[in-house]
Design a protein around this ligand. Structure first.
Ligand SMILES: Nc1ncnc2c1ncn2[C@@H]1O[C@H](COP(=O)(O)OP(=O)(O)OP(=O)(O)O)[C@@H](O)[C@H]1O
Ligand SMILES: [Mg+2]
Length: 382
């Protein structure tokens, strides 16, 4: 992608006159020490509802950072505050070390890609992409060159003269992305950009977005309520709940070591167990299902129950096991040599389940549910 590379390699950034940090601010590095984004105590209420309830957050340059959380947890509100479309009731927003809390959106060196694309229907694809450059009075030839390069990057070269209506949903989404990238912002904010696409296209676009982000080194702030998407794409992610960050960390940390019951349940299947007054979680793929007296792996913890539900899902089969303790566990098994019919027949069958102690994780060891998720998250981020 040499053309696409030249999108950012061509020296002077014309995208914005927003203040840039002193020093050698290479994407991915933090030569001058200031993160791409720093939020301190950001709050926003609508009437009695605290939509964003005190968020502290730092996002590094070149990082792919995801805000994950259920509907209404404050993700879009926070994104709009970062973009400048919303003024917070309290707290500060810094971009590359400069306080922009009171700056309007156009004075911030970032771009936003919204879920509904918002392309201009009367303009062709190339003009849509070049629009931001035209507003900034970039010369026509330069504008075309950069818009072409951006289209190439999103694999739409040759579609420049089409109207948006002639494109599929996924292609329109890519135009919206090209339109943001062409401005070469420091930070790209993406609010559920793949929400309208079917699963296959969404997975393809996830890979494309990752590739593009790696190539151009822009900081991505990505909003989604799709946990798999968040796990697949992010360098780090923050799990939001009711306007607060409940946990922050790398995907593997958050998945393997959920800090709270909420996180355990929101990312994956929680499988909560109470043993000796402690609340434990064990992930479905870590559990062995022992049918017909099969012996457990050495050193594992074994419990008995019966199969209550079986769902065949192609590559895996998901079982719900009712334990003799009354608790229920979800277990997944790869369909290596189990035929579909065979697995469905096992409903009602007595089974044992086994797991290694190291795969159980204690939740709320420090009453995490009640207290400071951000403090814990900070500890984990180190
Ligand atoms: N302009 C507004 N006026 C009143 N309430 C609002 C406004 N914008 C958002 N809210 C409320 O703030 C809360 C957070 O909304 P927000 O849009 O940030 O959630 P979200 O995490 O993006 O959800 P979703 O995943 O559904 O997009 C919600 O309860 C919402 O109803
Ligand atoms: Mg939203």
């Amino acid at each position: 992608m040499t053309d696409a590379g030249s999108l950012v390699a061509k020296g002077a950034r014309t995208a914005s006159s927003a203040p840039r940090p002193a020093g050698d601010a290479t994407p991915g590095g933090q030569a001058d020490g200031a993160p791409a984004i720093r939020l301190l105590g950001v709050r926003k209420s609508y009437g009695a509802l605290a939509a964003v309830d005190g968020v502290d957050l730092e996002v590094g340059r070149g990082e792919f950072f995801t805000m994950l959380g259920p509907s209404g947890s404050g993700k879009t509100t926070l994104l709009r505050i970062i973009a400048g479309f919303e003024r917070p009731d309290g707290g500060t927003v810094e971009l590359a070390g400069a306080d922009v809390t009171r700056d309007p959106p156009y004075a911030r060196n970032l771009n936003t890609v919204f879920q509904d694309y918002a392309l201009f229907p009367h303009m062709n694809v190339l003009d849509n992409v070049a629009y931001g450059l035209r507003v900034r009075r970039v010369a026509r030839a330069e504008r075309r060159r950069r818009a072409q390069a951006a289209l190439e990057m999103v694999r739409l070269a040759g579609r420049g003269d089409h109207k948006p209506v002639q494109l599929s949903g996924g292609q329109r989404q890519r135009v919206a992305l090209a339109r943001a990238i062409v401005n070469e912002p420091e930070v790209l904010l993406l609010d559920e950009p793949l929400g309208a696409l079917d699963l296959k296209l969404r997975q393809e676009m996830q890979l494309e977005l990752k590739r593009i982000q790696r190539e151009i080194g822009i900081t991505f702030i990505y909003v989604t309520h799709d946990q798999e998407e968040a796990l697949a794409m992010s360098d780090r992610l923050a799990v939001f709940n009711q306007g607060r960050i409940e946990q922050l960390g790398a995907p593997i940390d958050v998945y393997e070591h959920p800090a709270t019951e909420f996180v355990a349940g929101f990312i994956g299947v929680s499988n909560l167990l109470e043993r000796s007054g402690r609340c434990l979680t064990v992930r479905p793929e870590k559990i062995h299902l022992l049918v017909g007296g099969a012996s457990p792996p050495t050193g594992s913890h074994v419990e008995s129950g019966h199969i209550d539900a079986v769902t065949y899902l192609g590559p895996i089969t998901r079982y719900v096991v009712a334990l003799d303790t009354g608790e229920r566990l979800t277990v997944v098994r790869q369909n290596l040599d189990v035929a579909a019919g065979e697995s469905i027949e096992t409903k009602g069958q007595a089974v044992s389940v086994a797991w290694q102690d190291r795969h159980t994780y204690e939740i709320g060891a420090e009453a995490a549910q009640l207290a400071k998720p951000t403090a814990k998250a900070k500890k984990e981020a180190k």
